[in-house]
Design a protein around this ligand. Structure first.
Ligand SMILES: NC(=O)c1ccc[n+]([C@@H]2O[C@H](COP(=O)([O-])OP(=O)(O)OC[C@H]3O[C@@H](n4cnc5c(N)ncnc54)[C@H](O)[C@@H]3O)[C@@H](O)[C@H]2O)c1
Length: 303
C-alpha cells in the first residue's frame, strides 16, 4: 500500500511497514492541497497538526484512499462520520499514550505546587527569587479531583494515590468495581469542584459550556490548582485568566489550548501558569507504542 505520514511517526515502525512491502511517504500538506494529495495514497497517518475535514474527504473520495489513522487518542481533527459515510475507515491508537499523558499531568501538578516553571524562568533571567517561591505546597494529603475517569484519568489516579493524595472523580459513566480497585470515589461534578485542592481534566472535548468556566470556577476552593492535558476547549481561557489574576486559582498547568499554537500570551506567560506545547503523548515510549499499534492496524486491515 502507499502510506502517507503527514505529522511524523516512529522511524522503527516506518521501517517495519517498508519491510512489509509498503511504500511510506513523509510529507505535510496544507489543508488546501491535502485532499488532492490523498488521492494517491491508500492510507494516511496523522497526528494533531493535520486536519481531515469534509473538504479534504470530498476531494479524496472515490480514490484509492481507504484508511485514516490518527496516531493518538482524540479524533476531533477528523470528520469521522463523513469519512465513514464515504467508505473510508478511521482508526486511532487510544491506549498507547495514556501513561505519558498522566505523567505530564502529574508533572504539571508538581510544577504548579512548587512554582517550578516560573522559578526556572526567573533564574534564567538572572534572578534569585527565593522568598517569592518559598510558599509551595505538598501534594501528599491533598484531594485530587479527576474530571473524566477513563484511561488517562485512571493512570493519574494510581500515581496520585502512590504519593498520598485522596482521589475523587466525576464521569458520565462509572466503571463497576474500580472504586475498590484503585481506592478512589466517584462523586457528582459539583461535589468534585467544591472538594478538590487539585483538579485535572481528562474528558474528551465536551460540547457546550467549557468544564472550566466562570460558573464552575466559583464552585471551587480558593487557591485551587487546575491542570488541563485534555482538550483546550474544555477551559474558558478568559475565565481562567481572571481567576488566576484574582487568586481564586493559585496556579494552572496547561498542555492544550483553545487555539494551537496558542495566541494567548496573557495566559501562557502568566507567572502562575506552567505550560507545555501539547506534548502529552510526545514521549519516546508512547511514540514507539503508537508506531507498533499502527503497524498492527495496517497488518490486520481488511482481514
Ligand atoms: N495532551 C495530549 O497530548 C493528549 C494525548 C492523549 C489524549 N489526550 C486527551 O485526553 C483526554 C482523555 O483521554 P483518554 O484516553 O483517557 O480517554 P477515555 O475515553 O479513556 O476517557 C475519557 C473519559 O471521560 C468521560 N467523559 C466524557 N464526557 C465527560 C464529561 N462531560 N464529564 C466527565 N467525564 C466525561 C468518559 O466517560 C471517559 O471515561 C481526551 O480529551 C484526549 O483527547 C490528550
Amino acid at each position: 500500500m502507499r502510506i502517507l505520514v503527514t505529522d511524523g511517526m516512529d522511524k522503527g515502525a516506518q521501517a517495519k511497514l517498508a519491510e512489509m512491502g509498503h511504500e511510506v511517504v513523509n510529507q505535510f500538506y496544507e489543508p488546501a492541497e491535502l485532499g488532492t494529495a490523498l488521492r494517491d495514497f491508500n492510507v494516511v497517518i496523522i497526528r494533531s497538526k493535520t486536519k481531515i475535514r469534509k473538504q479534504q474527504i470530498d476531494e479524496a473520495k472515490g480514490s484509492s484512499l481507504q484508511l485514516i489513522i490518527r496516531a493518538g487518542v482524540g479524533v476531533d481533527n477528523i470528520d469521522v462520520a463523513y469519512a465513514e459515510e464515504n467508505g473510508i475507515t478511521v482508526k486511532n491508537t487510544p491506549r498507547a499514550s495514556s501513561q505519558s499523558v498522566a505523567e505530564l499531568a502529574m508533572a504539571h501538578m508538581f510544577s504548579c505546587a512548587r512554582f517550578i516553571s516560573a522559578a526556572g524562568a526567573t533564574m534564567r533571567a538572572g534572578k534569585w527569587e527565593k522568598k517569592i517561591y518559598s510558599k509551595g505546597i505538598e501534594l501528599s494529603g491533598k484531594t485530587l479531583g479527576i474530571v473524566g475517569f477513563g484511561r488517562i484519568g485512571q493512570k493519574l489516579c494510581a500515581m496520585a494515590k502512590g504519593i498520598g493524595m485522596d482521589v475523587i472523580a466525576s464521569d458520565i459513566y462509572h466503571v463497576p468495581g474500580i472504586e475498590e480497585e484503585l481506592g478512589m470515589t466517584y462523586v457528582e461534578q459539583d461535589e468534585l469542584l467544591a472538594k478538590s485542592d487539585f483538579i485535572s481534566l481528562h474528558a474528551p472535548a465536551v460540547d457546550g459550556k467549557a468544564l472550566i468556566c466562570e460558573e464552575n470556577l466559583a464552585k471551587m476552593k480558593d487557591g485551587v490548582i487546575i491542570v488541563n492535558t485534555s482538550r483546550g476547549t474544555n477551559v474558558d481561557e478568559a475565565a481562567l485568566l481572571a481567576a488566576l489574576n484574582s487568586g481564586k486559582v493559585l496556579a494552572a498547568g496547561l498542555d492544550v489550548f483553545g487555539e494551537e499554537p496558542s495566541a494567548n500570551p496573557a495566559l501562557y506567560a502568566h507567572p502562575n501558569v506552567s505550560c507545555t506545547p501539547h506534548i502529552g503523548a510526545a514521549t519516546k515510549e508512547a511514540q514507539k507504542r503508537i508506531g507498533a499499534e499502527i503497524v498492527d492496524i495496517i497488518e490486520n486491515f481488511g482481514k
